[in-house]
Write a new protein. Structure first.
Length: 436
């Protein structure tokens, strides 16, 4: 017989460390284990072949996960030796069920020995087997609980059970995925909210950090941000008007966008900064390749975490992809200061202005409205009346309405846009004019 090597292992009798040898071969390039041959290659034989064979086959099936049996073949030699042929598995890493997917449970072959894998080796095996999408990768942490998720699913009347885990993407090869980690009570990511006294966000007034399931983080964050959302009352005559600093729905949509679409392969937190002028939502991970800020604002969406977004959609927490940002801008359409979006390679920020704050360089809206009629020409008034009734108009509509040529139409709409009367959306044949 040959000596032990990277592809050959000898065992004189059936012992428990046999399973780590099977795992090591399946996690590396495969190999052969002989039961009934000692380390020097001498045939010692097996005392009770049938009993040993049953122990081996049952153990490999029950002790190792994911299921490796399809890559294992058994051959009985001369009624004395059991030859176990282990092929390289497709669902690496394989590990001891009672140890979990960590170094103490994952083994690889190095030379003639089976050794514990490092965390880096485990992560690489997961990535090679499952791909690059974070939510699809098998989770290194398997002792997960889902109390918060169960409560939310129950509240919205959606079934949440082990039978549904695979359909939701919570399990992958009967092992918890990273998506499971995000919705579990053991979620490693957090949401940090800081309230500042100054506009530059350097002087803390208060701060909170919320952890646990993303569902819990969402609820805790919404409740805290509601405390930061003051109501300002104005009285004109006998009429009292109450107006919050921020539309509740805008806060909700900005927070959902940060939680659902961030890149969870980064270990940092979602950051929310609040001061007297604005509320900022910062999430890790820039836009996916091919998307721009303008694409996002008109409703184009390509979810980074598709399965996570689908879960939030099932629970009616989000309506459909791409509508949240548009809804935020719609809520601010009559506000003198508009929301803004900033994107870097690794971060996405949306800023909500305080609707009750007095912003520098922004004139009082009522004063602007009162002055506008003094500068409106009859042609401009005709365009405004048309837009009030129809919502938008094309270049062709404008030329037909005023019976003017293209050049005059261009100059007129340019003036109206500069005066803040209309906005120009799109280009070429798709260009449209709308009320500002």
């Amino acid at each position: 017989m040959q000596y032990e090597s990277e592809r050959i292992e000898y065992k004189s009798q059936m012992i428990e460390d046999l399973y780590r040898e099977v795992i090591a071969f399946a996690n590396t390039e495969g190999g052969v284990i002989y039961i009934g041959i000692d380390d020097q290659g001498n045939v010692t034989g097996i005392d009770n072949v049938d009993e040993t064979y049953n122990r081996i086959t049952n153990g490999i099936r029950d002790v190792i996960v994911p299921d490796v049996t399809m890559f294992v073949r058994y051959v009985l030699q001369d009624d004395k030796v059991i030859r176990i042929e282990v092929g390289q598995g497709l669902n690496k890493p394989y590990f001891l069920k009672n140890k979990g997917m960590k170094p103490s449970g994952v083994y690889v072959r190095q030379g003639a020995s089976s050794v514990q894998a490092s965390f880096e080796q485990i992560r690489k095996m997961i990535k090679d087997a499952d791909g690059d999408h974070f939510e699809n990768l098998r989770c290194l942490k398997q002792d997960l609980t889902f109390q918060a998720a169960q409560d939310v699913f129950l509240r919205y009347g959606v079934e949440f059970s082990e039978e549904k885990y695979r359909a939701l993407g919570i399990t992958n090869h009967d092992i918890f995925s990273n998506l499971a980690l995000l919705v579990s009570d053991q979620c490693l990511h957090t949401t940090k909210i800081a309230v500042f006294n100054d506009e530059s966000c350097t002087e803390f007034r208060d701060s909170r950090e919320f952890g646990g399931s993303l569902f819990k983080q969402f609820e805790d964050s919404i409740n805290y941000l509601d405390l930061c959302n003051k109501t300002v009352s104005t009285i004109k005559g006998m009429i009292r008007t109450d107006k919050k600093d921020y539309p509740d729905e805008a806060i909700r949509e900005a927070l959902l966008n940060a939680l659902v679409h961030r890149d969870y392969s980064f270990s940092g937190s979602v950051i929310i900064n609040v001061n007297d002028d604005k509320m900022e939502f910062i999430s890790l991970g820039g836009l996916l390749p091919g998307l721009t800020k303008e694409d996002i604002q008109i409703g184009i969406s390509q979810p980074r975490n598709k399965k996570l977004a689908e879960i939030f959609h099932r629970l009616h927490l989000i309506e459909s992809y791409g509508t949240g940002i548009r809804r935020i801008f719609k809520l601010y359409e009559h506000c003198p200061v508009q929301p803004s979006i900033e994107v870097t390679t690794n971060a996405f920020k949306i800023m909500l202005p305080n609707m009750n704050a007095k912003h520098d360089a922004i004139e009082d809206r009522e004063e602007v409205i009162n002055r506008i009629p003094l500068t409106i020409t009859p042609q401009m008034q005709k365009v405004l009346d048309y837009l009030v009734h129809h919502g938008q108009m094309s270049d062709e509509d404008l030329q037909d309405l005023l019976e003017i040529k293209r050049t005059r139409a261009y100059l007129l709409t340019k003036q109206m846009n500069e005066k803040g009367l209309i906005s120009i959306v799109g280009r070429g044949v798709n260009k449209r004019y709308k009320l500002k």
